[in-house]
Write a protein that binds this ligand. Structure first.
Ligand SMILES: [Zn+2]
Length: 430
């Protein structure tokens, strides 16, 4: 096994969740991957590799709680290895894997087998979530004791809701007994069934079947009530409407143990962004009108939205090239999340790096019981180097995911991730 050398990250400014002003400091990482010095004027080993970070910001590694890595069973879309490379290219140094693989991960043995694959294939820590119901079919509860013994970070049927409120109640009660977080894809299938985009002016104009806002909103209200009744811990996946957010705000004021996440695409795109029937804009939940997007941005800033999560859902270009109605939902997101938030919000002064670090690095780790990471002496090195003056052209050729479908293909975003360091390894981008 090769021994890594020391690395000096020289001339950058260090970002954190608490500071708004970043002073220039150097960071020295030793061969074991630990940060052993931060500041100016300390002694540097002569053999240390120097990474020039002049003009750049060093940002703590992000953590994404909503990633579909597709392995096992759908390796034509993505693998654990390609997913981890995409994550590192996007500044993400850890993630939670959704259990909607083939077969779905609904037993302790399956959790173990994926975690064994993760340790062989992945360049970053990944934590496998377990299913709420057997086979994600929404008919009977999965076996929680085996999955809890394997320390699943959450139980979720990924992008399926549990249709029966009685079963959802039982799921929340049992998950609470095992001390495991429940993550819900809130939806009302009789309302959303067959829909392709948000029901509204754009769906009428394009002649596409709609998914009404109330489909997610009724699901959110139902699951909040079940969480309050059972006193369980509920995380709401991919919130997309102002009304849904209002329900979360009221429940939080009432003291319920509820958190929610939003995706970058729901913060920067509206349903009106969908043009030419481009299936790369097809998401579940769908993109919503501007008034919803404005409410979500406000909720992201004021803390009623706890977590940013990209819902990385790669597909092959072939799958996405079918008709809009039949194309699968979702797109790749790990490589564009930080860039989008920088380009649309941080660069324009809407909010600072500290808020992004709180919502995409600290809060998601805390949500699943992990310690947040920070760039300080005695910590494992886990950060990325970001050039605020750089630019990144989003193209499928440059993406590391196996399924480079994205609504941002062809766009040039402000900012550039130069590379990510994790422990003793340095992964330059490009
Ligand atoms: Zn998803």
């Amino acid at each position: 096994m090769s021994v890594e050398k020391s690395r000096l990250f020289r001339g950058g400014r260090i970002a954190s969740a608490v500071a708004t002003e970043f002073v220039p400091e150097d960071v020295l990482v030793d061969g074991s991957g630990m940060i052993i010095a931060r500041g100016k004027g300390f002694e540097v080993p002569t053999e240390a590799e120097v990474i020039d970070c002049t003009g750049c910001i060093l940002v703590p590694g992000m953590f994404d709680v909503h990633v579909h890595a597709r392995e096992p069973g759908q390796e034509h879309k993505e693998t654990l290895a390609t997913c981890s490379r995409a994550a590192l290219a996007g500044g993400v140094t850890g993630c939670v894997l959704m259990p909607d693989t083939s077969p779905p991960v609904d037993t302790g043995n399956l959790v173990k087998s994926v975690m064994d694959l993760v340790s062989e294939q992945s360049l970053i820590p990944m934590y496998q979530a377990g299913c709420l119901t057997k086979g994600r079919e929404g008919k009977e509860m999965a076996g929680y004791s085996g999955m809890a013994a394997r320390r699943v970070p959450m139980l979720t049927d990924a992008d399926h809701t549990v249709p029966c409120p009685y079963l959802m109640r039982r799921c929340m009660e049992y998950a609470k007994d095992f001390g495991v977080l429940v993550t819900s894809h809130c939806d009302t299938p009789p309302l959303s069934k067959g829909g392709a985009i948000h029901e509204g002016l754009t769906s009428y104009r394009l002649g596409l079947p709609g998914i009404p806002a109330m489909s997610q909103e009724i699901g959110i209200d139902r699951d909040i009530r079940i969480a309050q009744h059972t006193a369980g811990q509920l995380h709401i996946s991919q919130i997309s409407t102002a009304h849904g957010l209002k329900s979360v705000q009221i429940a939080k004021e009432e003291g319920a143990a509820i958190t929610c996440e939003v995706s970058p695409h729901h913060l920067v795109l509206t349903d009106a962004s969908i043009h030419d029937y481009n299936t790369h804009f097809k998401f579940d939940p769908p993109l919503r009108p501007a008034a919803d997007v404005e409410a979500l941005v406000q909720g992201f800033i004021d803390g009623s939205i706890d977590v940013l999560a990209c819902d990385h859902a790669p597909h092959t270009e072939f799958e996405k090239s079918s008709e809009f109605i039949s194309a699968p939902f979702g797109a790749a997101g790990l490589e564009t999340a930080v860039l989008l938030i920088f380009d649309q919000f941080i660069r324009r002064g809407v909010f600072g790096w500290n808020l992004l670090i709180e919502r995409y690095s600290n809060a998601p780790r805390k949500l699943i019981g992990q310690q947040p990471t920070a760039i300080r002496e005695g910590e494992k090195a886990e950060f990325f180097v970001f050039d605020e003056e750089g630019q990144t052209r989003i193209s499928s050729d440059c993406m590391h995911t196996k399924g480079p479908v994205s609504p941002f293909l062809g766009e040039t975003l402000s900012g550039q991730i130069r590379g990510t360091t994790l422990g003793s390894r340095w992964y330059p981008v490009g």
